[in-house]
Ligand binder design. Structure first.
Ligand SMILES: [Zn+2]
Length: 380
């Protein structure tokens, strides 16, 4: 039996909404998860109804809560309507009386936020919460039912990490500091410092709360009907150690593709061919196509300066050299002397391959007499 006193939650998702107690048409979100929101989530995981939760809340409220704002997120408003002339239905499928109109509300969300939450206290209660979050009985959500988490809510130590979940820590600050802050992708800058919101309790009778303590009315006394009691929290910040990135660096976005049907592009292409006198800039045979020397503006704001007139053979050779080198947005300018030998050699390979292909095809398709002739010729 684990005697750990702290369970860590990772609250991360596209949207989160940690409502204050307002039940009005404008529903704000607090800057960080509320205690009623987090304990509501724990009750979902245990499988306690709103009514049944009432009996367990005194015990659950005994846990102290600390939050680290690893990514505070971006505030975002949703224009929200309820019912539209068809009445609002109840959970049981009936119709709410007097609700034929449309109720317009504004709801606030935190987009792309990530919080580390520590709940600390009674060891057997912590063990129960760990078990429930690992196998939640009902779905958990980040403050509103429309906000599912995008990672497991029971925080998972990184590979080779020095912390455990649950763990034993002397105080909430020590617990929050034990977990490394992780960049999302390899190479992302680290933050160094993050904000914290930590519950304050007197350590002995007569202790006075610091002047800067804030009162948050988010300690749930009942969920149905909702009744909240105040608690004291302290805002602060702590320096964090950067752990390994959560994921490898995502690949670069695909390069833009030229839209060859675009009339502006066709005009630029014609201009380029005319500027190059209709001749391949490499071999001076008649040019039939153009080559991009950069894709930075391809299909958009490119100019004829981004293009070079080429014959088909030189175009294919340049393209093969580019693919062989795994080039990015900047491509080969066939006018530059540094590419001359590569292009010449590749042209030779293409011509050799084509003649071999041609002879093989002739062998497959030709009648016996011609086949002998082709063979003799190729051996000669
Ligand atoms: Zn050419």
């Amino acid at each position: 039996m684990s005697a750990a006193n702290t369970v860590f939650l990772r609250l991360e998702g596209l949207l989160q909404a940690w409502g204050d107690t307002s039940k009005f048409v404008i529903r704000r979100s607090m800057v960080a998860p509320t205690k009623s929101g987090v304990l509501g989530m724990v009750c979902c995981a245990i499988g306690l109804s709103r009514q049944a939760a009432g009996d367990r809340l005194p015990e659950l409220n005994g846990l102290v809560m600390g939050v680290r704002l690893d990514r505070p997120g971006i505030r975002w408003w949703d224009y929200h309507t309820v019912g539209a002339g068809i009445g609002m239905t109840t959970a049981g499928g009936g119709l709410k009386t007097g609700a034929q109109g449309t109720l317009v509300t504004r709801r606030e969300y935190l987009a792309d936020a990530s919080f580390l939450v520590a709940l600390q206290g009674d060891t057997s209660l912590v063990a129960e919460i760990v078990g429930a979050l690992a196998r939640p009985k009902w779905p958990v959500f980040l403050g509103r039912r429309s906000c599912p988490p995008s990672v497991p809510v029971l925080a998972r130590p990184e590979k080779g990490g020095t912390w455990t979940n649950p763990g034993t820590h002397a105080g909430l600050e020590a617990a929050l500091a034990a977990v490394p802050w992780r960049p999302r992708s390899e190479g992302d800058p680290s933050v160094g410092e993050v904000e914290t919101i930590v519950e304050w309790r007197p350590s002995r009778e007569g202790d006075l709360a610091p002047d800067e303590a804030e009162v948050w009315y988010d300690t749930p006394r009942y969920f149905d009907p909702p009744v909240h009691e105040p608690r004291l929290v302290l805002r602060g910040s702590m320096s964090v150690v950067a752990g390994p990135a959560e994921q490898a660096r995502p690949p670069a976005p695909p390069r833009p593709r030229a839209d060859y049907r675009n009339s502006e592009y066709r005009a630029r292409r014609a201009l380029r061919l005319a500027s190059d006198s209709g001749l391949c800039v490499f071999c001076k045979n008649p040019a039939t196509t153009v080559q991009h020397i950069t894709y930075r503006r391809a299909g958009g704001e490119e100019s004829q300066e981004d293009l070079r007139a080429l014959c088909r053979l030189c175009h294919d050779a340049v393209t093969m050299v580019e693919y062989g080198r795994g080039m990015g947005l900047d491509r080969i300018d066939p006018c530059e002397p540094q590419w001359r030998d590569d292009i010449l050699r590749t042209r030779g390979e293409i011509l050799r391959f084509r003649s071999e292909e041609g002879r093989c095809r002739a062998l497959r398709e030709a009648p016996q007499a011609v086949r002998r002739e082709v063979l003799e010729e190729s051996e000669g």
